[in-house]
Design a protein around this ligand. Sequence first.
Ligand code: NAP
Ligand code: F7E
Length: 321
Amino acid sequence: MRALITGITGQDGSYLADFLLDKGYEVYGMVRRASTETFGRIEHIRDRINLVQADLLDQLSIINLVEDVKPDEIYNLAAQSFVPTSWNQPVLTGEFDALGVTKILEAIRFLNKKIKFYQASSSEMFGKVRQIPQTEETPFYPRSPYGVAKAYGHFITINYRESYGIHASSGILFNHESPRRGLEFVTRKITDGAARIKLGLADKLHLGNLDAERDWGFAGDYVKAMWLMVQKEKPDTYVVASGQAHSVRNFVQEAFGHLNLDYLEYVVTDPKLMRPAEVDHLLGNASKAKRELGWEPKVDFKKLVQMMVDADMERLRAEKK
Ligand code: NAP
Ligand code: F7E
């Protein structure tokens, strides 16, 4: 089996590549041209994967890529994924996260409708939540240009499934984190910040809204759900979540507590880090994924926080040396 992953240099792309290689897949990764390579997360598997250049902004580059690689499965993980950036660059976010999806689906429609497709949809589509917990049936109310663009990507995936019979699935994934998470996302910012404070490399950590609640899981568990969806006889939409919500404050307490630090001495709230429209509370119900895919997360909240803090401590200790 041959898989093509867009966004292979990102958090999820790297875990999915690890997972598919273990399953015996031939793995191709789409990367965009940059003046400096951003291959840190896939360094350990660099000689076992094939990297090919294309960009979500360029339709012909995607058609050529799919024609050359001839994948059995495409996992579309590439996106402008940072919510605050989507207010500063809403058009670019729409180009990548909304129209980019159509470009890949068009390549499939044009070249080979048998290619199976996975779209990385997001719990940010629920935004100002209409129901608690959120399921596949909960209406969307996105609160950022990112959430709006992802809603387009989600519906165009369903539309190509229904219009052309393409095996196109959409996973509505709730926040998932890991030691490979980008440093600007709140979990990694906290674990990196706490580790820096512990090692005497920083004395304060500036954060925004500590009351926001998220349903956090481990990225390594969540990429398995993507693969399970693609293996199903029929394409569908699935919520993937842990079923537990925690506030940013809980995450901070757990991370600092793991290092025997009192967060109240170090955390400063900064109004500049508040969002123009916040998603206050997300909580997913993944019972359909459990029932139909046999998917369940293995890493709970406490283990996730500890894994991330320990990894940042190890990395920063080595850097300090
Ligand atoms: P990430 O770490 O930010 O990775 C994003 C990837 O997209 C990177 O490989 C990036 O490449 C690539 N990319 C961005 N723009 C591109 C373009 N124009 N052409 C080609 N590649 C481009 O994101 P992630 O956390 O792994 O998330 C993976 C996907 O799941 C994203 O679609 C995200 O929106 C979605 N999602 C994430 C979560 C979560 O909690 N992590 C939850 C729900 C949905 P560079 O290395 O070149 O920047
Ligand atoms: O924020 C609050 C912030 O940036 C989480 C992406 O993967 O998950 C992610 O989006 C919460 C928000 O993730 C800071 O206001 C407080 O309420 O880690 P985040 P996100 O916006 O939930 C979804 C599912 C995706 O699809 C996205 O691609 O934390 N918060 N203080 C902060 N957030 C950040 N980034 N930085 C702070 O200092």
